[in-house]
Design a protein around this ligand. Structure first.
Ligand SMILES: [Zn+2]
Length: 271
């Protein structure tokens, strides 16, 4: 069964087999996504991905093909995240790292206190991952609750990569893919005329420096600059974004989240 967590009454919640259920907590952000896309891009993508994933899981169940071994409850998206890398751009809001750690810890501990044993943090902003990983380990050690991490976007999928305009393969934060997804959700929220492309100031082809890996400098938004050196805070060129491309990326993202939830449900669900 699929449920929206906050729509259940206390009595309905008491009847849930919480030990074998999964609670999915989507993690959004309020941060700049270039000139052209809204501050709530990640949170909008989170909500849309949840809606589409629920629809797909329901359709699968109606077709008799469901493989879920327990209920899945979707918690409301946490709209603010850890976005310190964007703070110098207007409108971005971030939790401090210790605040965000405590927010995620308290939500997981609250769920654990009601006998939920399995939680999925659905990561819809890359900057949230580091804190989510620490919380996952600490909650498991402290409370024995498994906190799985699942990321949206499906950015490695060939179907998603095929949407990228040739020459824009390094598309990243606030670029073509994210802008396209917002256009598929609500085209009126994007103004492509204002968009400017950005690239990373320090990394160069064949170089060792990356964002992770063996030689890394965790990035700040101002590391991404335009051709004439102006900090722009996005990676890639949003100008090729279309709602049609966004539709493909959102669909593929929901496919991957659905597959992940089915797999996790089979691991933690009732035999
Ligand atoms: Zn984003």
């Amino acid at each position: 069964m699929l449920k929206e967590y906050y729509k259940l009454s206390r009595l309905a919640m008491e009847k849930i087999d919480r030990e074998h259920a999964l609670v999915v907590v989507p993690l959004g952000s309020v941060e700049q996504h270039g000139n052209q896309a809204p501050l709530g891009t990640d949170t909008m993508i989170a909500d849309e991905t949840v809606t589409r994933t629920m629809d797909k899981l329901k359709a699968l169940a109606e077709a008799g093909g469901t493989e879920l071994k327990g209920d899945i409850l979707f918690f409301p998206t946490i709209p603010v995240g850890y976005s310190v890398e964007h703070r110098s751009f207007c409108g971005s809001v971030t939790f401090r790292p210790e605040t965000y750690y405590n927010v995620l810890y308290d939500i997981c501990a609250g769920l654990g206190g009601h006998s939920f044993k399995n939680i999925v943090l659905l990561i819809c902003h890359g900057g949230n991952r580091a804190t989510a990983e620490i919380v996952s380990r600490q909650i498991r050690r402290d409370l024995g609750v498994k906190v799985f991490l699942v990321a949206t976007g499906a950015f490695g999928s060939p179907r998603v990569k095929a949407t990228i305009t040739p020459g824009n393969e390094k598309d990243f934060h606030g670029g073509e893919m994210e802008t396209a997804m917002v256009m598929a959700i609500d085209a009126g929220l994007v103004d492509l005329e204002t968009s400017e492309a950005g690239h990373h100031a320090y990394s160069h082809p064949g170089g060792r420096l990356g964002f992770g890996g063996s030689v890394a400098l965790p990035w700040m938004g101002e590391d991404f600059i335009t051709e004439d050196g102006k900090p722009i805070g996005i990676g890639g060129d949003p100008s090729g974004a279309t709602a049609e491309k966004g539709e493909i990326i959102l669909d593929e993202s929901a496919n991957e989240v659905m597959a992940a939830l089915i797999e996790i449900s089979q691991i933690v669900g009732k035999e």
